[in-house]
Design a protein around this ligand. Structure first.
Ligand code: HEM
Length: 368
Protein backbone atom coordinates (compact mmCIF):
# COMPACT_ATOMS: atom_id res chain seq x y z
CA UNK A 1 0.00 0.00 0.00
CA UNK A 2 1.66 3.22 -1.15
CA UNK A 3 -0.90 5.67 0.22
CA UNK A 4 -1.60 6.11 3.92
CA UNK A 5 -4.99 4.76 5.04
CA UNK A 6 -8.03 6.87 4.33
CA UNK A 7 -8.96 9.45 6.98
CA UNK A 8 -11.53 7.92 9.36
CA UNK A 9 -13.72 11.05 9.23
CA UNK A 10 -16.10 11.21 6.24
CA UNK A 11 -15.86 14.37 4.14
CA UNK A 12 -18.43 17.06 5.04
CA UNK A 13 -19.52 17.98 1.50
CA UNK A 14 -19.82 16.18 -1.84
CA UNK A 15 -16.61 15.75 -3.84
CA UNK A 16 -18.12 17.56 -6.84
CA UNK A 17 -18.89 20.65 -4.76
CA UNK A 18 -15.41 20.78 -3.23
CA UNK A 19 -13.85 20.29 -6.62
CA UNK A 20 -15.95 23.03 -8.24
CA UNK A 21 -15.02 25.52 -5.52
CA UNK A 22 -11.39 24.40 -5.65
CA UNK A 23 -11.19 24.87 -9.44
CA UNK A 24 -12.82 28.28 -9.24
CA UNK A 25 -10.64 29.59 -6.42
CA UNK A 26 -7.45 28.12 -7.91
CA UNK A 27 -8.16 29.87 -11.23
CA UNK A 28 -8.63 33.11 -9.29
CA UNK A 29 -5.41 32.41 -7.37
CA UNK A 30 -3.46 31.95 -10.62
CA UNK A 31 -5.06 35.13 -11.99
CA UNK A 32 -3.87 37.10 -8.95
CA UNK A 33 -0.40 35.47 -9.06
CA UNK A 34 -0.21 36.52 -12.73
CA UNK A 35 -1.01 40.14 -11.88
CA UNK A 36 1.67 40.05 -9.18
CA UNK A 37 4.38 38.58 -11.43
CA UNK A 38 3.53 40.83 -14.40
CA UNK A 39 3.44 43.92 -12.19
CA UNK A 40 6.83 43.12 -10.68
CA UNK A 41 8.49 42.65 -14.07
CA UNK A 42 6.89 45.89 -15.27
CA UNK A 43 8.00 47.78 -12.17
CA UNK A 44 11.59 46.64 -12.77
CA UNK A 45 11.44 47.90 -16.37
CA UNK A 46 9.79 51.21 -15.41
CA UNK A 47 12.15 51.83 -12.50
CA UNK A 48 15.29 51.20 -14.58
CA UNK A 49 13.97 53.49 -17.33
CA UNK A 50 12.74 56.10 -14.85
CA UNK A 51 16.27 56.56 -13.57
CA UNK A 52 17.11 58.11 -16.92
CA UNK A 53 14.53 60.73 -15.84
CA UNK A 54 11.84 59.34 -18.12
CA UNK A 55 8.77 60.90 -16.51
CA UNK A 56 6.33 58.45 -18.06
CA UNK A 57 8.25 55.50 -16.63
CA UNK A 58 8.52 56.99 -13.11
CA UNK A 59 4.78 57.66 -13.17
CA UNK A 60 4.04 54.14 -14.43
CA UNK A 61 6.29 52.63 -11.74
CA UNK A 62 4.27 54.50 -9.12
CA UNK A 63 0.87 53.46 -10.48
CA UNK A 64 1.80 49.77 -10.57
CA UNK A 65 3.82 49.77 -7.31
CA UNK A 66 1.08 51.35 -5.22
CA UNK A 67 -1.25 48.48 -6.03
CA UNK A 68 1.18 45.65 -5.27
CA UNK A 69 0.31 45.11 -1.57
CA UNK A 70 -3.38 44.91 -2.49
CA UNK A 71 -2.66 42.40 -5.26
CA UNK A 72 -0.75 40.28 -2.73
CA UNK A 73 -3.76 40.08 -0.42
CA UNK A 74 -5.65 38.48 -3.31
CA UNK A 75 -2.77 36.09 -4.09
CA UNK A 76 -2.82 34.83 -0.50
CA UNK A 77 -6.54 34.88 0.21
CA UNK A 78 -7.32 33.13 -3.05
CA UNK A 79 -4.57 30.58 -2.38
CA UNK A 80 -5.99 29.48 0.98
CA UNK A 81 -9.32 27.99 -0.26
CA UNK A 82 -7.73 25.67 -2.85
CA UNK A 83 -5.20 24.65 -0.20
CA UNK A 84 -8.00 23.66 2.17
CA UNK A 85 -9.87 21.75 -0.55
CA UNK A 86 -6.68 20.02 -1.72
CA UNK A 87 -5.97 18.93 1.87
CA UNK A 88 -9.45 17.50 2.37
CA UNK A 89 -9.60 15.74 -0.98
CA UNK A 90 -5.99 14.66 -1.47
CA UNK A 91 -4.62 14.80 2.09
CA UNK A 92 -3.19 11.28 1.90
CA UNK A 93 -0.96 12.32 -0.99
CA UNK A 94 -0.46 16.00 -0.20
CA UNK A 95 0.50 15.61 3.47
CA UNK A 96 3.05 12.94 2.58
CA UNK A 97 4.71 15.11 -0.04
CA UNK A 98 4.78 18.20 2.17
CA UNK A 99 6.27 16.24 5.09
CA UNK A 100 9.02 14.77 2.91
CA UNK A 101 10.15 18.25 1.87
CA UNK A 102 9.00 19.90 5.09
CA UNK A 103 11.75 22.51 5.30
CA UNK A 104 11.05 23.83 1.81
CA UNK A 105 7.33 23.66 2.44
CA UNK A 106 7.44 25.64 5.69
CA UNK A 107 9.83 28.17 4.13
CA UNK A 108 6.88 29.29 1.95
CA UNK A 109 5.57 31.19 4.98
CA UNK A 110 8.81 33.15 5.33
CA UNK A 111 9.19 33.72 1.60
CA UNK A 112 5.64 35.07 1.38
CA UNK A 113 6.36 37.36 4.36
CA UNK A 114 9.59 38.59 2.77
CA UNK A 115 7.80 39.16 -0.53
CA UNK A 116 5.02 41.08 1.20
CA UNK A 117 7.50 43.24 3.10
CA UNK A 118 9.33 44.05 -0.13
CA UNK A 119 6.05 45.01 -1.81
CA UNK A 120 5.38 47.55 0.93
CA UNK A 121 8.92 48.92 0.53
CA UNK A 122 8.40 49.18 -3.25
CA UNK A 123 5.14 51.05 -2.75
CA UNK A 124 6.65 53.48 -0.23
CA UNK A 125 9.83 54.10 -2.23
CA UNK A 126 7.89 54.64 -5.47
CA UNK A 127 5.77 57.32 -3.77
CA UNK A 128 9.02 59.06 -2.78
CA UNK A 129 10.14 58.86 -6.41
CA UNK A 130 13.05 56.52 -5.55
CA UNK A 131 14.19 53.60 -7.78
CA UNK A 132 12.60 50.32 -6.81
CA UNK A 133 14.04 47.77 -9.22
CA UNK A 134 16.22 46.04 -6.63
CA UNK A 135 13.32 45.62 -4.25
CA UNK A 136 11.13 44.44 -7.12
CA UNK A 137 13.77 41.94 -8.23
CA UNK A 138 13.94 40.60 -4.66
CA UNK A 139 10.15 40.27 -4.48
CA UNK A 140 10.10 38.54 -7.86
CA UNK A 141 12.71 36.01 -6.72
CA UNK A 142 10.72 35.31 -3.51
CA UNK A 143 7.51 34.86 -5.52
CA UNK A 144 9.19 32.58 -8.07
CA UNK A 145 10.64 30.47 -5.23
CA UNK A 146 7.19 30.13 -3.66
CA UNK A 147 5.82 29.07 -7.04
CA UNK A 148 8.67 26.57 -7.43
CA UNK A 149 7.97 25.03 -4.03
CA UNK A 150 4.27 24.71 -4.86
CA UNK A 151 5.04 23.10 -8.22
CA UNK A 152 7.49 20.70 -6.52
CA UNK A 153 4.99 19.72 -3.84
CA UNK A 154 2.09 19.29 -6.23
CA UNK A 155 4.29 17.09 -8.43
CA UNK A 156 5.72 15.02 -5.57
CA UNK A 157 2.20 14.25 -4.31
CA UNK A 158 1.61 12.41 -7.58
CA UNK A 159 4.62 10.13 -7.11
CA UNK A 160 3.96 7.68 -4.25
CA UNK A 161 6.56 5.36 -5.78
CA UNK A 162 9.42 7.62 -4.59
CA UNK A 163 8.13 8.38 -1.05
CA UNK A 164 9.48 5.26 0.71
CA UNK A 165 12.95 5.73 -0.67
CA UNK A 166 12.99 9.44 0.13
CA UNK A 167 11.87 8.81 3.71
CA UNK A 168 14.42 6.03 4.15
CA UNK A 169 17.13 8.42 2.94
CA UNK A 170 16.21 11.19 5.34
CA UNK A 171 13.37 11.88 7.75
CA UNK A 172 14.54 15.42 8.49
CA UNK A 173 12.47 17.12 5.78
CA UNK A 174 15.63 18.78 4.55
CA UNK A 175 15.93 16.92 1.27
CA UNK A 176 14.85 17.95 -2.20
CA UNK A 177 12.35 16.04 -4.29
CA UNK A 178 13.86 13.96 -7.13
CA UNK A 179 13.77 15.83 -10.41
CA UNK A 180 10.57 15.47 -12.40
CA UNK A 181 10.23 16.63 -16.01
CA UNK A 182 6.75 18.09 -15.36
CA UNK A 183 7.67 20.49 -12.53
CA UNK A 184 9.38 23.25 -14.53
CA UNK A 185 6.79 23.40 -17.35
CA UNK A 186 3.99 23.63 -14.76
CA UNK A 187 5.77 26.48 -13.01
CA UNK A 188 6.58 28.21 -16.27
CA UNK A 189 2.94 28.12 -17.31
CA UNK A 190 1.92 30.06 -14.21
CA UNK A 191 4.82 32.53 -14.37
CA UNK A 192 4.49 33.33 -18.11
CA UNK A 193 0.84 34.14 -17.45
CA UNK A 194 2.26 37.16 -15.63
CA UNK A 195 2.92 38.79 -18.99
CA UNK A 196 -0.62 38.16 -20.21
CA UNK A 197 -2.75 39.09 -17.22
CA UNK A 198 -0.15 41.61 -16.03
CA UNK A 199 -0.17 43.15 -19.52
CA UNK A 200 -3.92 43.71 -19.45
CA UNK A 201 -3.57 45.01 -15.89
CA UNK A 202 -1.21 47.69 -17.22
CA UNK A 203 -3.39 48.64 -20.21
CA UNK A 204 -6.41 48.83 -17.90
CA UNK A 205 -4.56 51.26 -15.63
CA UNK A 206 -3.46 53.34 -18.61
CA UNK A 207 -7.10 54.49 -18.71
CA UNK A 208 -6.98 56.03 -15.23
CA UNK A 209 -8.10 59.65 -15.18
CA UNK A 210 -5.71 60.41 -12.32
CA UNK A 211 -2.47 59.97 -14.26
CA UNK A 212 -0.37 62.08 -16.63
CA UNK A 213 -0.67 61.42 -20.41
CA UNK A 214 2.96 60.21 -20.66
CA UNK A 215 2.36 57.74 -17.82
CA UNK A 216 -0.74 56.45 -19.60
CA UNK A 217 1.22 56.07 -22.84
CA UNK A 218 4.03 54.15 -21.07
CA UNK A 219 1.56 51.79 -19.38
CA UNK A 220 -0.29 51.20 -22.64
CA UNK A 221 2.86 50.47 -24.65
CA UNK A 222 4.47 48.00 -22.28
CA UNK A 223 1.11 46.46 -21.35
CA UNK A 224 0.22 45.74 -25.00
CA UNK A 225 3.62 44.19 -25.66
CA UNK A 226 3.46 42.10 -22.47
CA UNK A 227 -0.02 40.82 -23.33
CA UNK A 228 1.07 39.54 -26.75
CA UNK A 229 4.16 37.82 -25.31
CA UNK A 230 2.02 36.36 -22.52
CA UNK A 231 -0.78 35.04 -24.76
CA UNK A 232 1.66 33.26 -27.08
CA UNK A 233 3.64 32.11 -24.03
CA UNK A 234 0.58 30.69 -22.27
CA UNK A 235 -0.52 28.70 -25.30
CA UNK A 236 3.01 27.36 -25.77
CA UNK A 237 3.78 26.69 -22.09
CA UNK A 238 0.34 25.17 -21.52
CA UNK A 239 0.72 22.71 -24.39
CA UNK A 240 4.27 21.90 -23.26
CA UNK A 241 3.21 21.37 -19.62
CA UNK A 242 0.42 19.06 -20.82
CA UNK A 243 2.52 17.05 -23.25
CA UNK A 244 5.30 16.16 -20.77
CA UNK A 245 2.90 14.00 -18.75
CA UNK A 246 2.90 10.22 -19.34
CA UNK A 247 0.98 8.98 -22.41
CA UNK A 248 -1.16 6.71 -20.23
CA UNK A 249 -2.40 9.71 -18.25
CA UNK A 250 -3.07 11.86 -21.31
CA UNK A 251 -4.96 9.03 -23.02
CA UNK A 252 -7.48 9.07 -20.16
CA UNK A 253 -8.12 12.78 -20.73
CA UNK A 254 -10.10 12.36 -23.94
CA UNK A 255 -13.53 12.21 -22.28
CA UNK A 256 -16.04 14.94 -23.31
CA UNK A 257 -15.43 16.87 -20.07
CA UNK A 258 -11.69 17.17 -20.68
CA UNK A 259 -12.16 17.89 -24.40
CA UNK A 260 -14.37 20.83 -23.39
CA UNK A 261 -11.74 21.90 -20.83
CA UNK A 262 -9.04 21.86 -23.49
CA UNK A 263 -11.38 23.82 -25.79
CA UNK A 264 -11.88 26.46 -23.07
CA UNK A 265 -8.10 26.70 -22.69
CA UNK A 266 -7.57 27.30 -26.43
CA UNK A 267 -10.55 29.62 -26.97
CA UNK A 268 -9.73 31.70 -23.86
CA UNK A 269 -6.09 32.29 -24.71
CA UNK A 270 -6.85 32.77 -28.42
CA UNK A 271 -9.34 35.50 -27.50
CA UNK A 272 -6.75 37.09 -25.23
CA UNK A 273 -4.18 36.92 -28.05
CA UNK A 274 -6.54 38.59 -30.52
CA UNK A 275 -7.26 41.45 -28.11
CA UNK A 276 -3.57 41.78 -27.27
CA UNK A 277 -2.60 41.93 -30.97
CA UNK A 278 -5.32 44.48 -31.69
CA UNK A 279 -4.08 46.67 -28.84
CA UNK A 280 -0.47 46.43 -29.98
CA UNK A 281 -1.01 46.94 -33.70
CA UNK A 282 -3.73 49.59 -33.49
CA UNK A 283 -1.94 51.31 -30.58
CA UNK A 284 -5.36 51.54 -28.96
CA UNK A 285 -6.73 50.37 -25.68
CA UNK A 286 -9.76 50.86 -23.49
CA UNK A 287 -11.25 49.61 -20.25
CA UNK A 288 -13.62 47.34 -22.18
CA UNK A 289 -10.89 45.93 -24.40
CA UNK A 290 -8.58 45.22 -21.46
CA UNK A 291 -11.46 43.61 -19.58
CA UNK A 292 -12.32 41.35 -22.52
CA UNK A 293 -8.64 40.40 -22.86
CA UNK A 294 -8.46 39.70 -19.12
CA UNK A 295 -11.62 37.59 -19.31
CA UNK A 296 -10.09 35.62 -22.19
CA UNK A 297 -7.03 35.04 -20.01
CA UNK A 298 -9.24 33.98 -17.11
CA UNK A 299 -11.06 31.46 -19.34
CA UNK A 300 -7.75 30.10 -20.64
CA UNK A 301 -6.52 29.68 -17.07
CA UNK A 302 -9.78 28.01 -16.05
CA UNK A 303 -9.46 25.48 -18.89
CA UNK A 304 -5.87 24.78 -17.88
CA UNK A 305 -6.85 24.38 -14.21
CA UNK A 306 -9.55 21.84 -15.19
CA UNK A 307 -7.09 19.82 -17.27
CA UNK A 308 -4.46 20.07 -14.52
CA UNK A 309 -7.01 18.67 -12.07
CA UNK A 310 -7.70 15.80 -14.47
CA UNK A 311 -3.99 15.02 -14.73
CA UNK A 312 -3.86 14.76 -10.95
CA UNK A 313 -6.97 12.60 -10.64
CA UNK A 314 -5.98 10.20 -13.40
CA UNK A 315 -2.38 9.90 -12.17
CA UNK A 316 -3.49 9.16 -8.61
CA UNK A 317 -6.21 6.80 -9.76
CA UNK A 318 -3.73 4.80 -11.84
CA UNK A 319 -1.60 4.51 -8.69
CA UNK A 320 -4.45 3.44 -6.43
CA UNK A 321 -6.07 6.60 -5.01
CA UNK A 322 -9.50 7.46 -6.33
CA UNK A 323 -10.55 10.90 -5.14
CA UNK A 324 -14.21 10.18 -5.95
CA UNK A 325 -14.25 7.13 -3.76
CA UNK A 326 -14.64 8.87 -0.40
CA UNK A 327 -17.14 8.34 2.33
CA UNK A 328 -19.31 11.43 2.48
CA UNK A 329 -21.51 12.78 5.27
CA UNK A 330 -22.62 16.14 3.93
CA UNK A 331 -23.66 18.71 6.48
CA UNK A 332 -26.09 20.71 4.34
CA UNK A 333 -26.81 23.25 7.06
CA UNK A 334 -23.14 24.25 7.22
CA UNK A 335 -22.79 24.07 3.42
CA UNK A 336 -25.84 26.34 3.03
CA UNK A 337 -24.44 28.77 5.59
CA UNK A 338 -21.13 28.78 3.76
CA UNK A 339 -22.79 29.52 0.42
CA UNK A 340 -24.83 32.37 1.93
CA UNK A 341 -21.68 33.93 3.45
CA UNK A 342 -19.86 33.38 0.16
CA UNK A 343 -22.54 35.26 -1.81
CA UNK A 344 -22.67 38.01 0.83
CA UNK A 345 -18.89 38.35 0.50
CA UNK A 346 -19.23 38.81 -3.27
CA UNK A 347 -21.96 41.41 -2.76
CA UNK A 348 -19.72 43.25 -0.27
CA UNK A 349 -16.83 43.27 -2.76
CA UNK A 350 -19.18 44.63 -5.46
CA UNK A 351 -20.38 47.32 -3.10
CA UNK A 352 -16.80 48.30 -2.16
CA UNK A 353 -15.88 48.53 -5.86
CA UNK A 354 -18.94 50.72 -6.51
CA UNK A 355 -17.97 53.04 -3.63
CA UNK A 356 -14.41 53.22 -4.96
CA UNK A 357 -15.66 54.05 -8.45
CA UNK A 358 -17.85 56.89 -7.25
CA UNK A 359 -15.17 58.34 -4.90
CA UNK A 360 -13.43 61.59 -5.84
CA UNK A 361 -10.15 60.58 -7.52
CA UNK A 362 -6.79 61.74 -6.18
CA UNK A 363 -3.96 62.53 -8.56
CA UNK A 364 -1.30 59.83 -8.64
CA UNK A 365 2.08 61.47 -8.86
CA UNK A 366 5.56 61.02 -7.48
CA UNK A 367 6.38 63.14 -4.37
CA UNK A 368 9.73 64.74 -5.01
C1 HEM B 1 4.00 34.76 -4.36
C2 HEM B 1 3.21 33.88 -4.09
C3 HEM B 1 2.77 32.66 -4.86
C4 HEM B 1 3.10 32.18 -6.09
C5 HEM B 1 4.06 32.77 -7.09
C6 HEM B 1 2.35 30.97 -6.29
C7 HEM B 1 2.43 30.16 -7.41
C8 HEM B 1 1.83 28.94 -7.56
C9 HEM B 1 2.07 28.00 -8.62
C10 HEM B 1 3.12 28.15 -9.68
C11 HEM B 1 1.27 26.94 -8.44
C12 HEM B 1 1.12 25.74 -9.39
C13 HEM B 1 1.85 24.52 -8.97
C14 HEM B 1 1.62 23.38 -9.94
O1 HEM B 1 0.73 23.39 -10.77
O2 HEM B 1 2.38 22.43 -9.90
C15 HEM B 1 0.49 27.21 -7.27
C16 HEM B 1 -0.45 26.37 -6.78
C17 HEM B 1 -1.05 26.56 -5.59
N1 HEM B 1 -0.92 27.66 -4.75
FE1 HEM B 1 0.17 29.30 -5.06
N2 HEM B 1 1.57 30.74 -5.21
C18 HEM B 1 1.81 31.76 -4.31
C19 HEM B 1 1.28 31.89 -3.07
C20 HEM B 1 0.39 31.02 -2.52
C21 HEM B 1 -0.13 31.11 -1.20
C22 HEM B 1 0.27 32.15 -0.18
C23 HEM B 1 -0.99 30.07 -1.05
C24 HEM B 1 -1.81 29.65 0.13
C25 HEM B 1 -2.05 30.27 1.18
C26 HEM B 1 -1.01 29.33 -2.29
C27 HEM B 1 -1.77 28.22 -2.54
C28 HEM B 1 -1.66 27.43 -3.64
C29 HEM B 1 -2.32 26.14 -3.77
C30 HEM B 1 -3.23 25.52 -2.74
C31 HEM B 1 -1.93 25.61 -4.99
C32 HEM B 1 -2.31 24.24 -5.59
C33 HEM B 1 -3.74 23.91 -5.47
C34 HEM B 1 -4.11 22.58 -6.03
O3 HEM B 1 -3.27 21.89 -6.61
O4 HEM B 1 -5.27 22.22 -5.88
N3 HEM B 1 -0.15 29.93 -3.16
N4 HEM B 1 0.83 28.45 -6.76
Amino acid sequence: MQFPHVDPIPIPAPVWLMKTLSLLTLTLHFFAVNILIGSLVAVIVFSVRGQGKDKGSSGAALVVSRRLPIVMTYVINLGIPPLLFAQVLYGRALYTSTILIAVQWISVVFLVMACYWLLYRISAKAIEGKPVHWYASGALVCAALVGHIYATTMTLMLKPEVWQEMYAKSATGLQRAPHDPTTEPRLLFVLIGGFLIGGFWLTLHSRLKTIEPETAETLKKLGSTFAVIGAVGELGAGIWAYSVHPAGVLAALSTPYYMVSKGIFVVGFALALLVALYQLLQKKTGALLSTIGGLGGFLGLAGAVMVRDGIRDVTLQQKGLDVWNRQEASNWFVIGLFLIVFVLGLVAIGWLLAVMKSARPITEQVNS
